[in-house]
Design a protein around this ligand. Sequence first.
Ligand SMILES: [Zn+2]
Length: 87
Amino acid sequence: MRCNRCGEVVCTRVEKAYEMEAEYESTGEAGTDEYEVPRPVGYLLHKDLLGTQCQNLMHVTMHFDAHRDIIHREVEGGELVEAADCE
Ligand SMILES: [Zn+2]
C-alpha cells in the first residue's frame, strides 16, 4: 500500500485463513423442514494500515468468492502497489 498523502509504502501480509470472515447467504426461508449446513458464499477481509510518516489511515476491503479468489478490492487513503516494493 502506498499512502496517498505522503507516498510512504506500507507493507502488509494477509493471513487469509485467519483474517478472512466468511459471508453466508441469508436464507430468509423460515419454516423449511430441511436443515442445511450453511456454506460460505464468499469471504470478506478488512485491513487498516497506518504508515510511520503521517497519520493517514489506509483501509483495504477485499472480497473473495467461495473459492477464496479475489473478486473485488476497495482501497481508501492509498493505492495498492506490488509487493516487490516491500522489503
Ligand atoms: Zn502517509
